[in-house]
Design a protein around this ligand. Sequence first.
Ligand SMILES: [Cu+2]
Length: 149
Amino acid sequence: MKKRIFLKLLAAGALATQLPVYAAAPVIEVYKSATCGCCTEWVKHLEQNGFTVKARNVANPSDYREKFGIPNDLGSCHTGLVEGYALEGHVPAAEIKRLLAEKLKARGLAVPSMPMGSPGMEGPHKHPYDVLLVGSHGKSTVYKHYDGH
Ligand SMILES: [Cu+2]
């Protein structure tokens, strides 16, 4: 009897440790203010691209930017976290998927400010903008450039 329970627990434990391997879409946690409309539009963009999003309304999203090591001058309206990577601002799903595939050693990705034409910031114009890779030492490099038109 006791042995059987032990084996069941052992099996359950083994299953639990295997689950992340088989989990499908990564979950993105998003920290935003309750009144942010473009943040909600960005969340929709992520969901439309297959991500599961857990959005949380917080008093100061910038606290999370700081916590995740994204420099203040790269700040935007919301901060996300996916598999240990920070996502600052309106980062396109394509670059998030690329980073998750490349598994680079980095703090995350940032689209500073809120460029018109980035996901969640659709409007009459598309301004050029860069998706920045924030390295593990806090220095950023251009990960992808988007042309405006
Ligand atoms: Cu925004």
